[in-house]
Design a protein around this ligand. Structure first.
Ligand SMILES: [Zn+2]
Length: 548
């Protein structure tokens, strides 16, 4: 049956088959779906470094796969927890409930980290790094639906250095999510998933994998003067490691391991190398893709994000990180070919968000940009509310580009919430760096361009988001600490919201489209490919050009 299907695919690619060929696959599925999320990867990195990529990594995906060239996040804020959740749920914060890396439960005023869960304990860890679960997620993921579709015979495993980037993609029913504990250098999970680490992960941890990589130090893959896509190595736009005065090569990761601990590996390309090693161990030892029931392996590569934050989008360190990632990806794809068989698995590669250029770097080139301080805004708004309404601490937080009023305190102090909002909006709208300030309960009628308004509404969860949305001028970001060095992300603008999206392998028709698609279409497309129900909060639609 599969042979006939592949023959039909080939015939279809040659234009010999009628469009009805799409039903011939019936309920056939690939042996394995592999999701790869490259944290903070800008869409233009596919082309920025193209000439230096090898044949087996990004170029292979571009050559043999389907390329959605114009894929955008369709919500704000564009941050890691939301991105990973939206990719695997096909949903947005207003529905899936992951309203930020951190958010506040509005009815109680309790602030939480997205995956904190005090009811579980670490497995392989006895500190806070292990007390994590997906309980704050309100919808299902692709993995949950794959489990439901196969009577839980599918295996779903998720790995990332970052807890949130492992836990949220896996969903509620993942067989396991594994992440990295910086304090011990070990890969861990929590009792939400299982009571002990699998033997293969214990064995991997026993090799002290982070130390093995960091002992190599980090130098550029090629002679440093050939990094033509980056500024000179020593610029004022980067954050040096540890006590170093300058952010320059070589990076002595062997010494940083001793002085700063295992966490430093996150901020080097070796963090991605180690993550793909764990993914490879899971692939082999859990027997993923080895029977007729489709499995799911979700891999998130976080080091690109840490490196980007530290050095910015125009640094040799960032360029070298992508060139090394390209090699690691090629090796991982080869491993998939060997273990599962080329053509037996479907892989997609995307990003949870992209990133801005450093604002001082832009300004030095005459491009409008600047750093805005959420901390300073919070202090200013706090004193404004105290002066006008006689309530201390009336603003609980300014985060995620949103103002969270301290509703409990304001109500107890007899302040009219509507009037407080008006005062906050008046202050924000009076600032030159703020393009719009929007009362989130009235966002539907805000005088914003429709695409921006839609992203604001999609990002607004009435129980977990703030009261007022701040939309800064393009080129500006919240960066008291990032303003002068490194970079960040979080806004609606294309540099933060335009991401790569590549599909390759079983069931994928090679090609490309410039049609605008959204991050929420990824889960819908994978669900369509697998003939499984789309996740419970999915608002996306399948990218039909990808499908046979
Ligand atoms: Zn991220």
């Amino acid at each position: 049956m599969k042979k006939m299907f592949l023959t039909l695919c080939a015939a279809f690619a040659l234009g010999l088959c009628p469009a009805k060929a799409d039903v011939t696959g019936g309920a056939e599925r690939p042996k394995l779906v592999v999701g790869i999320v490259v944290d903070q990867m800008r869409w233009d990195y596919l082309y920025r470094y193209y000439d230096r990529y090898g044949e087996g990594g990004f170029k292979r995906l571009l050559r043999d796969g389907f390329n959605c060239e114009n894929t955008h996040l369709n919500y704000v804020p564009t941050v890691t927890a939301i991105g990973h959740t939206s990719i695997y749920t096909g949903s947005v914060p207003s529905i899936h409930g992951i309203a930020g890396n951190d958010f506040i439960f509005r009815h109680t005023g309790r602030k939480t980290y997205c995956t904190d869960d005090a009811t579980v304990s670490g497995v392989g860890s006895d500190n806070a790094a292990g007390r994590m679960s997906p309980r704050n997620l309100l919808t299902t993921t692709i993995g949950d639906e794959l489990h439901l579709a196969t009577n839980f015979r599918a295996k779903v495993i998720s790995v990332s250095l970052k807890d949130r980037a492992a836990i949220l993609p896996g969903g509620h029913t993942a067989d396991a999510a594994y992440w990295f504990d910086s304090s011990t250098g070990r890969w861990i999970t929590s009792t939400y998933y299982r009571e002990t680490l699998p033997a293969w992960l214990e064995a991997f941890n026993a090799t002290d994998p982070a130390r093995r990589l960091m002992e190599q130090d980090w130098n550029t893959l090629y002679p440093i003067d050939t990094y033509a896509q980056s500024t000179a190595d020593d610029t004022p736009y980067e954050t040096p490691f540890g006590k170093s005065a300058k952010a320059v090569f070589p990076v002595r990761t062997s010494q940083l391991l001793e002085s700063d601990g295992y966490g430093i590996i996150r901020e080097t390309p070796y963090g991605n190398t180690m993550t793909l090693q764990v993914a490879g161990e899971a692939l082999v030892n859990e027997g993923l893709g080895q029977d007729d029931i489709t499995d799911l392996l979700a891999v998130s590569l976080s080091s690109t994000d840490y490196v980007g934050h530290r050095f910015g989008a125009n640094a040799v360190e960032t360029e070298d990180t992508y060139l090394r990632l390209d090699r690691d990806l090629a090796a991982f794809l080869t491993q998939l070919d060997e273990k599962v068989g080329a053509g037996n698995y479907t892989v997609f590669l995307t990003a949870d968000h992209a990133a801005a250029h450093n604002v001082r770097f832009l300004a030095d080139h005459g491009i409008p940009s600047g750093a805005w301080s959420a901390e300073a805004a919070e202090a200013a708004l706090d004193s404004l509310v105290a002066a006008d309404f006689r309530v201390e601490d009336g603003v609980q937080a300014v985060m995620n580009y949103q103002v969270f009023l301290n509703r409990q305190k304001l109500e107890r102090g007899g302040a009219d919430i509507g009037r407080v909002k008006e005062a906050v909006l008046r202050y924000l709208r009076g600032r030159d760096d703020v393009m719009y300030a929007v009362d989130l309960e009235q966002a539907g009628t805000a005088p914003l361009p429709a695409p921006v308004r839609e992203r604001v509404i999609n990002g607004y969860n009435s129980k977990r988001s703030g009261d007022i949305q701040v939309v800064l001028n393009p080129g500006w970001y919240d960066g008291e600490d990032r303003g002068t060095r490194g970079t960040t992300h979080g806004v609606w603008c294309p540099y933060d919201a335009h991401i790569p999206l590549l599909f390759m392998g079983w069931g994928v028709r090679p090609g490309h489209t410039q049609r605008e698609v959204h991050m929420t279409d990824i889960a819908a497309t994978v669900s369509a490919l697998l003939h499984i129900q789309m996740p419970s909060g999915c608002i996306g639609t399948p990218v039909s050009e990808v499908l046979p």
